[in-house]
Design a binder for this molecule. Structure first.
Ligand code: DOR
Length: 437
């Protein structure tokens, strides 16, 4: 038994925002309330271990629904164990693994491999998204039914847009039968071509091939039309443009089963952050867009049009990023910085409430994926994220739990950080130190 005392506990789903105690027993929340009795507690249990968390904020355990674990196949970038530790360091109790591993997660046995390995590793709950198309080749359907039976909770060709409209329709018809969402990486390859940064003045000035906004927006429009045709739930991944948001707004207003996510790098960085240093940590897919897009994304997140913040944690080794901009891989890490960026740029500046933070980092991902809810309420699994809002820290080039250091915010000062994480009542991080299990 564990008693967490003295923290401000926030869970909008049950209308909780108060300094109160949380009693944890056998992996679940046994009671929430002020001055819960200890010792002979009337609950028929022994005296609990007490942790004084005065000054901290406790939230329902956070989930990141867009993470590249790289195992199997690219363990030099990341593996399930290092990603699980990076998740805990960043304040997450759960992640959703993308299928662009080597080999691709496109069959039941490959789903089972990731789930089994993650269970063995512990630390963080790992859920798995299976591929839509075999080998992510966009030519034929992957074994969606088998993967569902093996435990996949969503399907996506993330890392690539699925180009063939007929195959996407078939995939959505199929996935719909299992009441799972399709997660869509929206990228029209015939338009994007070899683009590496947002197409505009900056791409011209830097002499880099442009990745036009329309290369994303056309696929968003197509997939919304296919969601309407199939009835399948559609989740737009890493949305980046104001026009894309308009399409999502219109779809939601028409009652279509559409949701979307944004990353911290698309919220807070833009093409003007690219400069003559050609920093490849700022090369991501989709690319950093404009200041106007930053503004539109932040407003849409605060308003609730954007459902989720996800990291798109995309680890790459130093030697891969130390290439010419055109040749370096797309992607940046995010598990260890996403929460602190939101705390610094939005919650700390009182642009966004903690309540909204809980919605977009805890409740919405689980709702979209059909996972068990967690909350600060008796009976819930004791999955909790504890934040120390007073900590000021700098994003360093080193000392990551992740095997990779390709973070887009190196050098930035942040305010607020996860200090403790509990998964089923077991700490995966205590006072900023990830726990060995
Ligand atoms: O920048 C990205 N990197 N975007 C993606 O969609 C894939 C990811 C990766 O796997 O490296």
């Amino acid at each position: 038994m564990l008693l967490l005392k003295g923290a401000r506990c926030i869970d909008p789903r049950v209308g909780l925002d108060a300094i109160t105690d949380i009693l944890i027993r056998d992996g679940s929340i046994a009671a929430v309330g002020a001055d819960l009795p200890v010792g002979d507690d009337g609950l028929g249990t022994d005296r609990p271990l007490i942790r004084d968390l005065s000054g901290r904020v406790i939230l329902p355990g956070l989930m990141d629904m867009h993470v590249h674990l790289r195992e199997p196949g690219q363990e030099y970038k990341e593996d399930i164990a290092s990603a699980a530790r990076a998740a805990a360091q960043g304040g997450f109790v759960a992640v959703l693994a993308m299928p662009n591993t080597q080999p691709v997660t496109d069959s039941a046995s490959r789903v089972a491999f990731v789930l089994d390995k993650a269970r063995y590793v512990g630390v963080t709950r790992v859920h798995v998204a299976g591929a839509l198309s075999r080998d992510l080749a966009g030519e034929s359907l992957a074994e969606i039914g088998d993967m569902y039976k093996a435990g996949a909770v969503a399907f996506t060709d993330d890392g690539r847009g699925l180009q063939d409209c007929g195959l996407m329709r078939l995939a959505m018809d199929y996935v719909h039968q299992f009441a799972c969402p399709v997660l869509s990486h929206c990228e029209l390859e015939s338009l994007v071509g070899s683009g590496v940064v947002h197409e505009g003045i900056v791409s011209t000035r830097l002499g880099l091939a442009g990745w036009p906004a329309a290369g994303e927006e056309i696929q968003i429009a197509r997939d919304i039309a296919l969601a309407e045709l199939s009835g399948c739930a559609l989740h737009i991944q890493h949305i980046t443009t104001a026009v894309g948001l308009k399409l999502v707004r219109e779809a939601k207003e028409r009652g279509l089963p559409v949701s979307c996510e944004v990353t911290a790098h698309h919220l807070f960085l833009n093409e003007n952050d690219l400069n003559a240093t050609y920093d490849t940590n700022l090369k991501m897919n989709p690319p950093l867009r404009t200041t106007a897009d930053n503004q539109a994304l932040q407003e849409a997140l605060i308003e609730g049009l954007i459902d989720v913040v996800a990291s798109d944690h995309a680890p790459h080794a130093a030697h891969e990023k130390a290439l010419e901009f055109e040749r370096a891989p797309f992607g940046c890490t995010g598990l260890e910085t996403t929460l602190s960026l939101l705390l610094t740029e939005l919650v700390g500046l009182e642009k966004m409430s903690y309540q909204r933070l809980v919605e977009c980092l805890a409740h919405a991902p689980r709702r979209i994926l059909g996972l068990e809810e967690v909350g600060i309420v008796a009976g819930s699994p004791a999955d909790l994220t504890v934040i120390d809002p007073g900590v000021r820290w700098q994003v360093e080039a080193e000392n990551w739990q992740s095997k990779s250091a390709n973070n887009a915010f190196i050098g930035q000062q942040l305010q607020g950080r996860a200090s403790d994480v509990y998964v089923r009542g077991i700490p995966s991080m205590i006072e900023g130190t990830v726990c060995d299990v």
